[in-house]
Design a protein around this ligand. Structure first.
Ligand code: AMP
Length: 210
């Protein structure tokens, strides 16, 4: 099963990817998590990506496409994968096609800009493993501590209100056209994001025929 999760930043792609990957036993691949890790480790890639990320802009296509190619070449992707946050532009989707990857389904998680802005203020991520939480909708058992690895959960720098506004603009201009791109292939399924994580998961699994 090769899946793409589309949707605005904060629509719940990461959270749903975490659930679906354990249900389907395939890895969830988040280009955002790979980039944040590179920034944290101060690699050349991280240093190049950081300014774009902090400003809420997209990292240039060629960089992200390179990262994804490398990741998909790993053994754990042989049985399938879930892409969370890639593709984010039409050229990235075209690059995926050129790699000869046949996607089974594209799930578009729809959430209004207003709800997203509210959600982002409560979002927290683990700085060690990238797991995501929400102070109100999906709290960790102990505040500030990751349930999965015991790492520290923090607010992402790019989840601050001004950057969120920029990221939503970038989403509408550059990523939303992908809905039309995948609609044409007949693989697009639209899921309305719910406040309850489990309700959204049920709708996603239904769209996948599970
Ligand atoms: P995310 O965690 O998916 O919200 O990604 C965080 C940030 O990483 C984005 O705002 C972009 O700056 C960058 N990023 C992640 N994935 C991509 C992508 N596919 N193309 C370009 N930039 C990306």
């Amino acid at each position: 099963m090769k899946l793409i999760l589309l949707g605005a930043p904060g629509a719940g792609k990461g959270t749903q990817a975490e659930v679906i990957c354990s249900t389907l036993n395939i890895p969830a691949i988040s280009t955002g998590n790979i980039l944040r890790e590179a920034v944290k480790n101060g690699t050349a890639l991280g240093m190049e990506a950081k300014a774009y990320m902090d400003g809420g802009k997209l990292v240039p296509d060629e960089l992200v496409i390179g990262i994804l190619k490398e990741r998909l070449a790993k053994d754990d992707c042989k049985a399938g994968f879930i892409l969370d946050g890639f593709p984010r532009t039409v050229p990235q989707a075209e690059a995926l096609d050129r790699m000869g990857i046949v996607i089974d389904k594209v799930i578009d998680l729809e959430v209004s800009d207003e709800a997203i802005t509210k959600r982002m203020s409560g979002r927290r991520v683990c700085e060690s493993c990238g797991a995501s939480y929400h102070l109100e909708f999906k709290p960790s058992k102990e505040e500030g501590v990751c349930d999965k690895c015991g790492g520290k959960t923090v607010q992402r720098k790019d989840d601050h209100p001004d950057t969120v506004k920029e990221r939503l603009e970038v989403y509408h201009a550059q990523t939303e056209p992908l809905k039309g791109y995948y609609q044409k292939t007949g693989k697009l399924a639209i899921v309305e994001g719910q406040d309850e994580v489990s309700e959204t998961t049920a709708l996603v699994l239904k769209a996948l025929g599970r």
